[in-house]
Design a protein around this ligand. Structure first.
Ligand code: SF4
Length: 330
């Protein structure tokens, strides 16, 4: 399995050092949550130039961090990464812990990420059970119960744990990376390439595409988001978000009353199990600004962190109305 990985594994920028540096593992793992590898590569490389280590990231402002993350979505990951860097520098004397419970105590680091850092950076036998490892494990063992339940997760973690070499034997990090890579390249959700699989002789599944079994997904719920387009003397009114998910990011101001009629701009975007219909309507300049609202000069829009759907709407509106920002917003 590891021979196959060394021959056939992808060369990814976060795999270039050996042993892998915990900072690079943490950044790549947080970026890869909910995001495709192809999208992450560019962001990761730019991030490493801008924030090459915990100390640089800890010293950065939140707006710089959010700006560098802009477009990757799920911004709590960026805020957690920033907070984790500050804990490592301020509370751990700049030394990243090797003990899994201490790794887990860092902001934004759950059981999966802690296991990934422990195994990739410190070669510990802690399988990071992600979607790829779940699929490969379920198929190898022909596990025919739902995997997205507490019992299913427990069973698959136990099986993956049994395959781990001890710390003394070494090689757990590479084995886990190989399992994940097998899931990404060969044992794919659809059309797995079993004839090219390095572990096909041990595989018990007859119909791989029927596994893993999952519970039915929650229904998608439609949501309307009606916002206002208010431009005055070359500045646009935006509001900074205070809720958990988008905290610190800017959006067009939310209209208090739902609007009907033809919007100036409209687009749809997914949000957890919701599908949001964003519509932007012309609105009048308010007499007083709310605490979180601010007039932003059009030429400064590129320098602040705006949620991706709202940036797309802003780009549409600016192009549609022939306004200039001094540069492109993407
Ligand atoms: S033989 Fe096929 S189903 Fe089994 S692990 Fe390999 S790719 Fe997956």
């Amino acid at each position: 399995m590891t021979d196959w990985f060394l021959d056939c594994g992808r060369e990814l920028p976060w795999r270039t050092d050996a042993p892998r540096d915990p900072y690079r593992v943490l950044v790549s793992e947080l970026m890869l949550q909910q995001t495709q590898v192809a999208t992450v590569i560019d962001y990761y490389q730019r991030w490493m130039v801008r924030f090459p280590d915990f100390a640089t990231l800890a010293a950065a402002s939140e707006s710089d961090v959010l700006h560098a993350w802009q477009g990757l979505g799920y911004y709590s990951r960026a805020r957690n990464l920033h907070a984790a860097a500050r804990v490592v520098i301020d509370k751990m004397g700049g030394v990243f812990p090797q003990e899994i419970e201490q790794i887990r105590s860092l902001p934004g680091v759950g059981p999966y990420t802690a296991a990934a850092i422990a195994t990739f950076a410190f070669d510990q036998p802690t399988p990071p059970v992600d979607g790829n490892i779940i699929r490969v494990t379920a198929r190898l063992c022909d596990y025919r119960k739902p995997v997205d339940t507490a019992a299913g997760g427990h069973d698959l973690r136990s099986i993956a744990q049994q395959w781990q070499p001890s710390l003394e034997e070494g090689g757990a990090g590479m084995l886990n990376e190989a399992l994940m890579e097998l899931g990404a390249l060969i044992c794919t959700p659809r059309a797995p390439r079993c004839s090219a699989c390095p572990v096909r002789l041990f595989c018990q599944v007859q119909e791989p595409e029927t596994l893993p079994i999952k519970r039915p997904p929650p229904k998608t719920v439609e949501l309307d988001e009606h916002c206002g387009w208010i431009v005055h003397q070359g500045r646009v009114l935006l509001e900074q978000q205070t809720g958990k998910r988008w905290r610190g990011m800017w959006k067009l101001p939310l209209l208090t009353e739902p609007h009907s009629g033809e919007p100036l701009a409209a687009l749809r975007y997914p949000f957890t199990n919701h599908r949001v219909n964003l519509a932007v309507f012309p609105a009048t300049t308010p007499l007083f600004l709310a605490e979180n609202q601010q007039w932003i000069p059009l030429e400064q829009l590129e320098t602040i962190a705006i949620t991706a759907p709202h940036r797309r709407a802003l780009n549409q509106l600016i192009a549609q109305q022939g306004l200039t920002t001094g540069s492109t917003l993407d």
